[in-house]
Design a protein around this ligand. Structure first.
Ligand code: GAL
Length: 415
C-alpha cells in the first residue's frame, strides 16, 4: 500500500502538520491497477489520472500488461494476500463477487448515496451489478459492448466490393479477400477473444433472447437446439476466415484492420480507441457494424472500479475522492471519448461523439440492450467456456456439432 510522505506536497504537508485532526486535504498516493495498456486504453486512462491528480492526490499507475485474463488473478491474489492496491478495475458483474462476499472490498455507499448514483447511472443494471445486500461496492465507469464488427474500407476498395453491411455480405466477400492476399478476419489468440467472437455471433444469428437464455437462464434446450447449431456453423466459418492470424493481442489484430492487412475484426467497442490513436475516421477509413449488421443490440457491460478495504484514513479518503472523480460529468466525457465506450450517465454532453459512438448511443436509447456474460455467468464457468473456444478455434478438426455438445454440457452445470 502506498500512502507515503513521498506523495505529499510541501504545502499539503504543512497543512497536515498544522491541522492534525484530519481536517486538511492531504495528498495521498493511490495505486490503481488495471489492464489498459494498448494505445487507446493508455490515452483513456490518462484522463482518469489527470482528473484525480487535479484533486491534489496522486494516481500511481499500476497497469498490468497482457489482458484481463492475466491481470485479474494478480489483482485478486494481492487483495486476498494482504497487499491491496488503492483501487482496481474489474469488469461489471460477477468478477469481484467472491472478494465482496469475503468482506475485502469497501462499501462505497458513503460516496454513492450523497452523489445520487442511483438517480444518475443509466441503465440501472450497471449499478445493480455493483450492489450486494443494498450496499454499493463499485463505480461503473463505462458501457462497453462487444457486439461490433470493424471493417477496413481500404481492404474492400482493393477488391472492388462495397463495404459489407452485414455478416452474410462479409462472409461472401471472404474468397475475394483471400485471393487479394488480405486476411478476411483478424482474430487475436488470447482465450477471451475467441469467446467474444462466439458470443457476438450468438446474439447476431440466434438473437438476444437466445443469448440471455443460454448465458443467463442456463437453458440447456436452447443451448443444444437448432438455432444454436447455426451459431456454431458461423463460428466454424469465422475459424476458417481467420486461419493464419498470428497475433495474440486484440489491439495487434485491430492494427491489422487499421493497416488493411485484414478486412475485419469482431471486437468490443474499445477497438475505437485504436482507430482514434491512428487518426482514422469512422465512416471514412473504417466501418463499424453493431450486432454484425444483423441484430443491432449492445451489451451494457464494461468496466468498474473497486476499492479494497484498508485501515488507513488517508487512503480511504483518497479512494472516495477517486470514486467521485470517476463519476463526475467531465471525467465521464473525457475518458469515454478516448476509450470508445459510452458514459454511464445520460446527462453529459456528447457532441464530440463519432459515427460509431452515435450508433451505440442510438441503440442504447432504443433500449436494445443485453447484459454482459460477466453479469450473467460466474467467472469459473466463463473460464470453461473460454477454454472450449480456444480449443475450437485452434483445432479445425473439432466440428461445430462437437463444440455445441461440449458447450451444452458446460451450460447444464453452470451457475
Ligand atoms: C475488457 C475491458 C475493456 C477493454 C478490453 C481489452 O475487459 O472491459 O475496457 O480494455 O478488455 O483490454
Amino acid at each position: 500500500m502506498r500512502n507515503s510522505l513521498r506523495g505529499l506536497s510541501c504545502a499539503a504537508l504543512l497543512a497536515t502538520v498544522a491541522m492534525p485532526f484530519g481536517l486538511s486535504a492531504s495528498a495521498t498516493d493511490l495505486e490503481v491497477t488495471h489492464w489498459w495498456t494498448s494505445g487507446g486504453e493508455a490515452a483513456a486512462v490518462a484522463e482518469f489520472a489527470k482528473a484525480f491528480d487535479a484533486t491534489g492526490n496522486k494516481w500511481v499507475d499500476g497497469a498490468i500488461a497482457g489482458s484481463g485474463g492475466t491481470a485479474r488473478p494478480i489483482m485478486i491474489s494481492r487483495i486476498t494476500g494482504g497487499d491491496p492496491m488503492g483501487a482496481t478495475q474489474f469488469n461489471h458483474g460477477r468478477q469481484a463477487e467472491e472478494l465482496v462476499e469475503a468482506g475485502l472490498m469497501r462499501d462505497l455507499s458513503d460516496v454513492a448515496v450523497p452523489g445520487k448514483w442511483k438517480d444518475i447511472v443509466s441503465p440501472s443494471s450497471l449499478l445493480d451489478s455493483c450492489t450486494l445486500d443494498g450496499k454499493i461496492y463499485c463505480v461503473p465507469v463505462n458501457i462497453h459492448s462487444q457486439q461490433w464488427l470493424w471493417l477496413s474500407n481500404a481492404a474492400f476498395e482493393k477488391i472492388g466490393t462495397p463495404v459489407p453491411t452485414n455478416w452474410d455480405e462479409y462472409v461472401a466477400a471472404a474468397p475475394k479477400l483471400e485471393e487479394a492476399g488480405i486476411l478476411p478476419l483478424a482474430m487475436g489468440q488470447q482465450p477471451w477473444q475467441t469467446t467474444l467472437a462466439f458470443q457476438v455471433l450468438l446474439v447476431a444469428i440466434a438473437g438476444p433472447d437466445a443469448y440471455t437464455a443460454v448465458f443467463g437462464d442456463k437453458d440447456v434446450e436452447i443451448a443444444g437446439g437448432e438455432d444454436m447449431a447455426k451459431v456454431f456453423e458461423a463460428a466454424e466459418m469465422a475459424r476458417s476466415m481467420s486461419k493464419g492470424t498470428n497475433v495474440q493481442n486484440w489491439n495487434d489484430a485491430t492494427n491489422m484492420v487499421i493497416t488493411g492487412k485484414a478486412a475485419g475484426q469482431i471486437m468490443g467497442d474499445w477497438a475505437q480507441g485504436e482507430f482514434a490513436v491512428a487518426n482514422q475516421v469512422a465512416g471514412e477509413d473504417y466501418t463499424c457494424l453493431p450486432g454484425l449488421g444483423v441484430n443491432e443490440v449492445i451489451q451494457t457491460g464494461g468496466d468498474a472500479f473497486y476499492f479494497p478495504k484498508v485501515d488507513d484514513a488517508e487512503i480511504t479518503a483518497a479512494q472516495a475522492e477517486l470514486a467521485k472523480v470517476m463519476m463526475s460529468k467531465e471525467t465521464q466525457v473525457a475518458f469515454n471519448l478516448k476509450k470508445g465506450s459510452l458514459p454511464v450517465r445520460g446527462d453529459v454532453d456528447l457532441s464530440a461523439a463519432n459515427d460509431c459512438m452515435r450508433k451505440g448511443l442510438d441503440i442504447l436509447a432504443k433500449g436494445n440492450v443485453i447484459q454482459a456474460p460477466d453479469q450473467l455467468m460466474s467467472a469459473d464457468d466463463l473460464t470453461l467456456v473460454n477454454d472450449l473456444f480456444v480449443q475450437f478455434f485452434n483445432d479445425p478438426s473439432m466440428s461445430a456439432a462437437d463444440a455445441q455438445a461440449q458447450f451444452t454440457d458446460i451450460v447444464s452445470n453452470a451457475s
